[in-house]
Design a protein around this ligand. Sequence first.
Ligand code: C5P
Length: 234
Amino acid sequence: MNRILVALDVDSRAKALHLADQLRGTVAGYKIGKQLFTAEGPDVVRALTSRGDRVFLDLKFHDIPNTVAGAVKSAIATGAWMVNVHASGGSAMMRAAATAAREQAAKLGVTPPLVIGVTVLTSMDEAALAEIGTTRSVLEQVVHLARLAKDAGLDGVVASPQEIAAIRAACGPDFAIVTPGIRPAGEAGKDDQARTLTPAQAVAAGATYLVIGRPITAASDPRAAAEGIAAELG
Ligand code: C5P
């Protein structure tokens, strides 16, 4: 299966399941984020995982280690294939997430979900980092947090297209890099994504999974759009 994870950024279970039904077989999985999860809860995740779909549950947990461990355990009960936590929650929190994933999955006899770190939100620039007391540049802080995530036992990080190469160099070939901000050739600058790469450029730079939303979900024919991108990736 290819590397495409489709962001189901919709507000209802019906719309999400309709999109997934249209796309099944053409993509590697679906990303469910805070909008859909807050509207519909874990049932919408189970509705997909029970059909055999891979779901990246993008809830970006960030809390005390015990609470994050509990959230990861609850995520496993939904059948999520990938979950994420804020790396800025620190090593102890990330280790608790990784341990909870491993132990709870073993207890239930299922494959543990990939646990992925969020480094620096792309909405934050150097001034925003300075405001919260970080003196590093954005890229330095991203690479610092990616290393911390790897050392804490996480499986990878979410990274913008501009950050892929530096993280790949710092964290090695087996660390998963999940990359949003992807626009097919000819669609750069569309929507609100300022800095984009094409799917092929992102893979060449070292991305493991591509999170793609509107270029597929807002297309008049989402399946054809996904097939086009998949074909470009080979
Ligand atoms: O529609 P589009 O392809 O821009 O969707 C990208 C998805 O990835 C959205 O769910 C968005 O919230 C998410 N994302 C992003 N940039 C980040 C982190 C997450 O676009 N830095």
